[in-house]
Design a protein around this ligand. Structure first.
Ligand code: NI
Length: 168
Protein backbone atom coordinates (compact mmCIF):
# COMPACT_ATOMS: atom_id res chain seq x y z
CA UNK A 1 0.00 0.00 0.00
CA UNK A 2 1.06 3.57 -0.50
CA UNK A 3 0.17 6.83 1.11
CA UNK A 4 -1.19 9.32 -1.42
CA UNK A 5 -1.00 13.13 -1.40
CA UNK A 6 -4.30 14.72 -0.34
CA UNK A 7 -5.70 17.50 -2.53
CA UNK A 8 -6.51 20.58 -0.46
CA UNK A 9 -8.44 23.83 -0.86
CA UNK A 10 -8.40 25.86 -3.11
CA UNK A 11 -7.55 23.19 -5.73
CA UNK A 12 -10.45 23.25 -8.25
CA UNK A 13 -10.25 19.45 -8.54
CA UNK A 14 -12.31 19.32 -5.31
CA UNK A 15 -15.23 20.91 -7.19
CA UNK A 16 -15.37 18.23 -9.89
CA UNK A 17 -18.33 15.89 -10.03
CA UNK A 18 -16.98 12.33 -9.88
CA UNK A 19 -18.01 9.72 -12.45
CA UNK A 20 -19.34 6.26 -11.59
CA UNK A 21 -16.84 3.42 -11.19
CA UNK A 22 -17.37 1.14 -14.15
CA UNK A 23 -15.16 -1.80 -13.28
CA UNK A 24 -13.93 -3.21 -9.99
CA UNK A 25 -10.48 -4.46 -10.90
CA UNK A 26 -7.12 -4.81 -9.17
CA UNK A 27 -6.23 -1.19 -9.89
CA UNK A 28 -9.43 0.07 -8.24
CA UNK A 29 -8.96 -2.14 -5.17
CA UNK A 30 -5.34 -0.95 -4.89
CA UNK A 31 -6.58 2.64 -5.04
CA UNK A 32 -9.08 1.87 -2.24
CA UNK A 33 -6.30 0.30 -0.13
CA UNK A 34 -4.04 3.30 -0.71
CA UNK A 35 -6.90 5.63 0.21
CA UNK A 36 -7.44 3.71 3.46
CA UNK A 37 -3.75 3.93 4.32
CA UNK A 38 -3.80 7.66 3.52
CA UNK A 39 -6.92 8.16 5.65
CA UNK A 40 -5.54 6.27 8.67
CA UNK A 41 -2.21 8.13 8.45
CA UNK A 42 -3.86 11.56 8.27
CA UNK A 43 -5.67 10.60 10.58
CA UNK A 44 -9.25 10.81 9.37
CA UNK A 45 -12.46 8.77 9.33
CA UNK A 46 -13.35 9.15 5.66
CA UNK A 47 -11.81 9.94 2.30
CA UNK A 48 -13.27 10.29 -1.19
CA UNK A 49 -11.27 9.41 -4.32
CA UNK A 50 -11.48 12.99 -5.57
CA UNK A 51 -9.46 14.00 -2.49
CA UNK A 52 -6.52 12.10 -3.94
CA UNK A 53 -7.24 13.51 -7.40
CA UNK A 54 -9.28 10.63 -8.83
CA UNK A 55 -12.75 11.74 -10.02
CA UNK A 56 -14.53 8.43 -9.43
CA UNK A 57 -17.45 7.64 -7.13
CA UNK A 58 -15.39 5.74 -4.58
CA UNK A 59 -14.92 6.44 -0.90
CA UNK A 60 -13.44 4.80 2.16
CA UNK A 61 -14.60 5.13 5.75
CA UNK A 62 -13.83 3.83 9.21
CA UNK A 63 -15.93 5.27 12.01
CA UNK A 64 -14.87 2.71 14.65
CA UNK A 65 -13.57 4.12 17.97
CA UNK A 66 -9.84 4.78 17.99
CA UNK A 67 -9.11 1.89 20.37
CA UNK A 68 -11.54 -0.55 18.77
CA UNK A 69 -10.83 -3.02 15.97
CA UNK A 70 -10.62 -1.14 12.67
CA UNK A 71 -13.70 -1.44 10.47
CA UNK A 72 -12.58 -0.26 7.04
CA UNK A 73 -15.36 0.22 4.51
CA UNK A 74 -14.88 0.56 0.75
CA UNK A 75 -17.93 2.16 -0.82
CA UNK A 76 -18.33 2.22 -4.59
CA UNK A 77 -21.04 4.16 -6.46
CA UNK A 78 -23.08 5.00 -3.33
CA UNK A 79 -26.66 6.17 -3.63
CA UNK A 80 -29.00 7.45 -0.97
CA UNK A 81 -32.12 5.30 -0.69
CA UNK A 82 -33.88 7.29 2.01
CA UNK A 83 -33.02 10.13 4.36
CA UNK A 84 -34.50 10.16 7.88
CA UNK A 85 -36.55 13.13 9.07
CA UNK A 86 -34.66 13.74 12.34
CA UNK A 87 -31.47 15.77 12.13
CA UNK A 88 -28.12 15.59 13.90
CA UNK A 89 -25.64 18.39 14.31
CA UNK A 90 -21.94 17.58 14.22
CA UNK A 91 -18.76 19.62 14.01
CA UNK A 92 -17.24 18.28 10.80
CA UNK A 93 -13.66 18.53 9.63
CA UNK A 94 -12.24 17.60 6.24
CA UNK A 95 -8.77 16.36 5.28
CA UNK A 96 -8.89 18.71 2.27
CA UNK A 97 -9.53 21.74 4.49
CA UNK A 98 -7.14 21.27 7.43
CA UNK A 99 -7.95 22.93 10.73
CA UNK A 100 -11.39 24.13 9.65
CA UNK A 101 -14.45 22.82 11.47
CA UNK A 102 -18.02 23.52 10.50
CA UNK A 103 -21.09 22.70 12.57
CA UNK A 104 -23.43 21.00 10.09
CA UNK A 105 -26.98 19.77 10.58
CA UNK A 106 -27.80 16.74 8.44
CA UNK A 107 -30.35 13.94 8.52
CA UNK A 108 -29.49 11.78 11.55
CA UNK A 109 -30.30 8.53 9.76
CA UNK A 110 -30.31 7.29 6.22
CA UNK A 111 -30.43 4.18 4.12
CA UNK A 112 -27.87 3.96 1.36
CA UNK A 113 -26.88 1.47 -1.28
CA UNK A 114 -23.41 0.85 -2.71
CA UNK A 115 -21.30 -1.68 -4.50
CA UNK A 116 -18.75 -3.39 -2.26
CA UNK A 117 -15.26 -4.72 -2.99
CA UNK A 118 -16.95 -8.02 -3.75
CA UNK A 119 -18.89 -6.41 -6.62
CA UNK A 120 -22.17 -7.01 -4.80
CA UNK A 121 -24.79 -4.40 -3.98
CA UNK A 122 -25.10 -3.71 -0.26
CA UNK A 123 -27.86 -1.75 1.44
CA UNK A 124 -27.14 -0.24 4.84
CA UNK A 125 -29.16 1.70 7.39
CA UNK A 126 -26.87 4.17 9.13
CA UNK A 127 -27.12 6.45 12.14
CA UNK A 128 -24.71 8.38 14.36
CA UNK A 129 -21.24 9.09 13.03
CA UNK A 130 -21.60 6.71 10.08
CA UNK A 131 -24.67 8.62 8.83
CA UNK A 132 -22.84 11.93 9.11
CA UNK A 133 -19.61 10.65 7.54
CA UNK A 134 -21.32 8.96 4.59
CA UNK A 135 -23.20 12.16 3.75
CA UNK A 136 -20.00 14.22 4.06
CA UNK A 137 -18.09 11.87 1.74
CA UNK A 138 -20.95 11.62 -0.75
CA UNK A 139 -20.97 15.42 -0.94
CA UNK A 140 -17.33 15.20 -2.15
CA UNK A 141 -18.46 13.04 -5.08
CA UNK A 142 -20.63 15.96 -6.21
CA UNK A 143 -17.95 18.59 -5.61
CA UNK A 144 -19.58 19.85 -2.43
CA UNK A 145 -17.50 20.86 0.61
CA UNK A 146 -18.22 21.66 4.27
CA UNK A 147 -17.50 25.34 3.65
CA UNK A 148 -20.60 25.41 1.41
CA UNK A 149 -22.64 25.22 4.62
CA UNK A 150 -21.13 28.51 5.82
CA UNK A 151 -22.43 31.99 5.05
CA UNK A 152 -20.88 33.49 1.92
CA UNK A 153 -18.83 35.90 4.03
CA UNK A 154 -17.33 33.18 6.24
CA UNK A 155 -16.72 30.93 3.23
CA UNK A 156 -14.83 33.69 1.44
CA UNK A 157 -12.63 34.23 4.49
CA UNK A 158 -11.69 30.52 4.59
CA UNK A 159 -11.04 30.35 0.82
CA UNK A 160 -8.88 33.49 0.94
CA UNK A 161 -6.84 32.02 3.78
CA UNK A 162 -6.17 28.81 1.82
CA UNK A 163 -5.32 30.74 -1.36
CA UNK A 164 -2.75 32.67 0.65
CA UNK A 165 -1.27 29.43 2.06
CA UNK A 166 -1.16 27.91 -1.46
CA UNK A 167 0.78 30.92 -2.74
CA UNK A 168 3.25 30.35 0.10
NI1 NI B 1 -14.02 15.90 3.52
Amino acid sequence: MAKLPIVTLPDPVLRQVSKPVERIDAALLKLADDMLETMYAAPGIGLAAIQVGVPRRLLVLDVADKDATPQPLTIINPEIVKLGSETRSYEEGCLSIPEVHVEIERPATLAFRYTGRDGKIHEVSADGLLATAVQHEMDHLDGKLIIDFLSRLRRDIVVRKFKKIARG
